[in-house]
Design a protein around this ligand. Sequence first.
Ligand code: CA
Length: 695
Amino acid sequence: MKKFQRFKAFIILKQLSTSFASLIFSFLFFSSLFLVLLSLSLTSCLHKETHAKENLPSESPISFEENGNEYYADRILIGYSDEEKINSILNLLNGKLVVHIPEIKVISVKVENVDKTLQLLGNELIRGKYGIRYAEYVYVRKLVPFEINTRPDNYETKKLVATLSEYTNYSGESLDLYLWGLRAIKIKDTWSDGHRGEGVIVAVLDTGVDGTHPDLQGQVVEGYRPSTDEVLAEGTDSSFGGSHGTHVAGTIVAKSDGKGIVGVAPGAKVMPVVLFDNGGWYVGDDYAAKGIIWAVNHGAKILNNSWGGAGYSQTIKDAFDYALERGVVVVAAAGNSKAIQSYQYPANYPGVIQVGAVEFNGGDYTVADFSSGSPMISVCAPGVSIISTMPQEGSRGYDRRSFALAENNGYYGYMTGTSMATPHVSGLVALLLQKYPNAKPWQIRKILEESAVDIGEKGYDEKAGYGLVNASAVNQNLPVDGGLDYRLTVTDAYGKWNVPSVSVSLVGVASNGRNIRYFAKTNAEGIAKFISIDAGDYDVIVSGPDSKENSEGLMRIAHRKAEERTLTFHQTLNESKSDIVRFSSQASLEIDIPEVGVNPQIVFLDVTKLPTETGYEITKDLTSNTVDFSELSGRYLIKLRLSQKAYESISVSGTLTINGTHIPIGGKILEDATETYIYDSNGPYAWWTLFGKSD
Ligand code: CA
């Protein structure tokens, strides 16, 4: 026992961040985001462009995550904290700047090997030094080919024509008989009141739009092609990615000129933003986010998103939050997977108007079988056998499954999907924004929901939402309550470390009686944003930081399930509000101190706080074999240290108890060494995440 007493060591708890004052470090969660364009009419590579330009997404090498998600192997997204450090970051990574989005403080960088870059950035000290808030892959999204009808004489269309014949000349357009969607939402009632979307710009985030189409001439304003940073002149052909975007655009703004078709909002304008480029390749999250923000900055009041997919991306969410916080209405397709889901994005981000598809069976309207459902679905709209504009012959996106109309030589075609339902809603929103130009996104959404015609299950349901949208929405008054912004900051016990990667769910009953569930994660600043959501009584369930985050090293805040914290509280939300919740934790280390061996005199005490360039460290005197360090907050490596070299190696073992979970640990001070990190199954350098002691 004498020997035991002479063995003393330190537990060194070394905080990983640069300084306590700048503890808002952030991490991007390798959300397994992969977005796919829904029901896109893949053009079978017809007229596929071959661009000489470097770096077009389709020419980037692709790698795969274990879960199958694809990402571009030569690009990485990096959230920065200081714009002046961008050049240093580029030098560090030996990379080239690809995209810079100052509005959400993110860059993408072309690097030789993204995984090696991620390994480098897994080093907390480096991230701190360069002010890197987070880093993540640039994911690849895919096109989903689907069938479109080539001619208006197919069975389905014939059936529609027969049924619609009693409504001849509803719209005054020559293809009037096939425009069942306009009848379904009773749009004409609204036009006759002078609401046609005048003065409203709808960004179509899609494959680009053929603005030379005779039914779109004058309807397409300046747009943006993020992959080449080109501003697209108004009225030009930008259908780089195929026919899908032109079809969507026609449903929104095709001209009322007696020829062809007419859109829901012929008085509005469409702004093409090319997110699916070069024959249909998804440009990547970096360019996509840039495109979203470009649209907001250039006057778009509505973002039409006829695309989506599984996975949660903070970068994409930041971009849409940027829109919602500026009063821009975000409309998104629910998807065509048929399933009830809550993981399709952007449709399931809070504040987004999620749209399902309706079909017409010659008498009643029903939700289309393929239409995905969600607890977050808002409304549904016509989405089966929708006729609309298609790129002209000779255009970039020409699709041979379209047909030419003799009277205006315009090309038209039919498409089916929630992709087609979404622009019906965007068009209706344009009418609403003509009338209420300063409406908040939640006010617009509530008007649509309150005026929707219930279909399917009685009352709100997860397939039809509140039902089929109806143009009577325009006659409704703007609601004065029932919607709000909610921002929840998750911080440590002392309010000094705002914690990213925490899941926040609002589960409860909205003020109109509907069961509801919103989901968001805390961003790089530790804030979970719920912009333009419904008022209601909610349980706020806060859980994380997620120890299962996919990202090797980079976005991971916690390594162990035991480090995650969960708390639930009740919140009645009637008006916009910001909340703060504090995590706390408990941690203690028990060391089984060994017999020291032949030369116990090598060990003596030298209690110092070790200064390093990374700042904060704590040294504890191991005066007993148990040390409690629950008061610490942050991420720590834990080290045992002697004050003098060991004559022979010393093995230590013990238990680290964190939040009630006992975790076996070990360590070995080698001969001639003075210290060892303690390790568990995550290895010796996996930090321990703590949130401090609550009062
Ligand atoms: Ca027309």
